[in-house]
Ligand binder design. Structure first.
Ligand SMILES: Cc1cc2nc3c(=O)[nH]c(=O)nc-3n(C[C@H](O)[C@H](O)[C@H](O)COP(=O)(O)OP(=O)(O)OC[C@H]3O[C@@H](n4cnc5c(N)ncnc54)[C@H](O)[C@@H]3O)c2cc1C
Length: 470
């Protein structure tokens, strides 16, 4: 066998599974087709960590509850931004009140503490800047925000340091079941392994007895529903401190959440594609005086209907499949990874890895250092004194470190995700070219070879004779 375990896909689930399994003496590889792990985890470095009180599905609720608790400990250990800030759901009609009461009763039945049903006065005490004519609210103090890129990359770095082989830029083409184990064919290699953990979200080919069978996982997009996201500048005066969700009807809501770095994020779900002005109109039903001037960036996507599948029914054959979408998949990733690890370690004869190091190599974040500490680090490496991203105060030292770390950044997006450079109010317009130059120097490449995110995203197409830098 080439490997005991092959993990297919390097999203948050694949990376969390790799980390958990690296605690055992398995020979493991993770195969990811992109240049980097966690490429699709989010548009921005903030995700909500749910507490299991909001969903009507008891299984998902349990996974969210366990996942959020494991995540809090993991983030503390790996120094990943995780802030328990609380979530306030507000309603302004009778139907909404009934829904909140149902949610509250469910949370009580599940034994989730820290969930309170509030009248409108209590709501405004917690969040005086909410604009709407709120009748009632449901406050859950357990809900948190996390930096999802940091978390996924931390999982991958620790797994890599503990021996997991990350095979990037390698695309899985098919999986063939053998008399013992599996053969996974990629665009570069063929590997035999005992166990396959497949987290790839789309179709894959499974061959049984030489026969090719196409398994198509339905794209479960609700075509009629759209999400728009507005990144709100930190200077916006009426920002909300909690995560606030106001549901208007079954097809539309507005969600506002502070970001893990600075500024806030507003998500708007509607039935029709909204222009920026229409999105602002929706957002202003919940907060006040939000204008175009306060918006740094906009993202849009169609709304995914939840369709999560965790299938370990074929574990005796050595095959586990995790697929589908769920609005809280980041939250449940740590719980799924633990569950899979328990199942596999019970099924395969294995021992704990005595050399396992549950620690991420240290990262110096200039903006978080005190003056004395910053000066000490600058004295050791002057690149920590040279600021590249002025908005988020990211130094050259941090960018160089993120390229040279295990599973280091090789693309501009990789640098941005790891350091936060380019995610400030100018959205990279002042630092993008500087990041490209540092990448070229550190990777010993020509500047025209540097890509934004993937193979087909070259930053500069070709050399222009007049510019000697290029
Ligand atoms: C806009 C948005 C907001 C969200 N907000 C939240 C939130 O606030 N809280 C929360 O808990 N969750 C949230 N989620 C959910 C969460 O971000 C995603 O569901 C989660 O990141 C999916 O992770 P994954 O590992 O399952 O899949 P993916 O991230 O899709 O990973 C699968 C990987 O497989 C790779 N791959 C695909 N095909 C192949 C192949 N043939 N060979 C090799 N590799 C392949 C892909 O490149 C990818 O890296 C949000 C999702 C979206 C879209």
């Amino acid at each position: 066998m080439d490997y005991d375990i092959l993990i297919l896909g390097g999203g948050i689930i694949g990376c969390a599974v790799a980390y958990e399994l690296s605690k055992y003496n398995f020979n493991i590889a993770l195969i990811e087709r992109d240049y980097d792990v966690a490429d699709d985890v989010a548009f921005f470095n903030t995700a909500i960590v749910y507490d299991g009180s909001e969903t009507s599905d008891d299984v998902m609720s349990g996974l969210e509850y366990i996942g959020s608790n494991i995540m809090r400990e993991t983030c503390e250990r790996f120094n990943v931004p995780f802030k328990k800030i609380g979530c306030l759901r507000v309603v302004s009609d009778e139907n909404g009140i009934l829904k909140l009461e149902e949610m509250y009763e469910r949370a009580k039945r599940r034994g989730i503490e820290g969930v309170y049903l509030l009248d409108n006065k209590d709501v405004y005490d917690i969040e005086p800047n909410i604009k709407s004519n709120v009748k009632r609210g449901l406050y859950s103090e357990n809900v948190a925000i996390v930096a999802p890129f940091d978390l996924a990359i931390a999982y991958a770095e620790v797994a890599s340091d503990n021996g997991v082989n990350f095979r990037l830029e390698e695309e899985v083409l098919n999986i063939q079941e053998l008399a013992r184990g599996f053969r996974v064919t990629t665009n570069k290699n063929k590997f035999n392994c005992k166990v396959v953990i497949n987290t790839i979200p789309h179709e894959i080919f499974i061959q049984e007895n030489g026969k090719v069978e196409e398994q198509v996982i339905e794209e479960n997009k609700e075509k009629s529903k759209n999400m728009s996201y507005l990144l709100v500048d930190d200077n916006y005066k009426n920002k909300l401190n909690k995560i606030v969700i106001e549901t208007f009807d079954k097809n539309s809501f507005v969600i506002s959440a502070p970001m893990t770095t600075s500024g806030s994020l507003i998500g708007i779900k509607t039935t029709k594609k909204s222009s920026l002005d229409e999105s602002l109109e929706y957002a202003n039903r919940v907060i006040s005086n939000l204008t175009r001037k306060n918006i740094n960036n906009i993202f849009k996507e169609s709304y995914n209907k939840d369709s999560m599948l965790i299938d370990d029914s074929e574990i005796d054959r050595g095959y586990i499949r995790i697929t589908g979408t769920h609005y809280g998949k980041i939250t449940i990733a740590p719980a799924i990874a633990r569950m899979i690890c328990d199942t596999i370690s019970n099924n395969l004869n294995c021992t704990l890895n005595k050399n396992f190091i549950d620690k991420r190599r240290e990262i110096y974040k200039f903006r978080e250092l005190g003056k004395k500490e910053a000066n000490e680090i600058i004295a050791l490496d002057s690149r920590y004194g040279k600021i590249i991203c002025v908005c988020n105060q990211i130094s050259e030292g941090e960018i160089v470190d993120c390229i040279r770390r295990p599973l280091g950044a090789r693309t501009v997006e990789g640098v941005k995700r790891r350091t936060g450079a380019g995610f400030g109010s100018c959205q990279g317009s002042h630092c993008y070219q500087k990041i490209v130059n540092i990448l070229a120097r550190e990777l010993d490449k020509n500047i025209t070879e540097i890509v934004d995110d993937s193979k087909n995203s070259k930053v500069l197409e070709s050399r222009i004779k007049e510019f000697k830098d290029v």
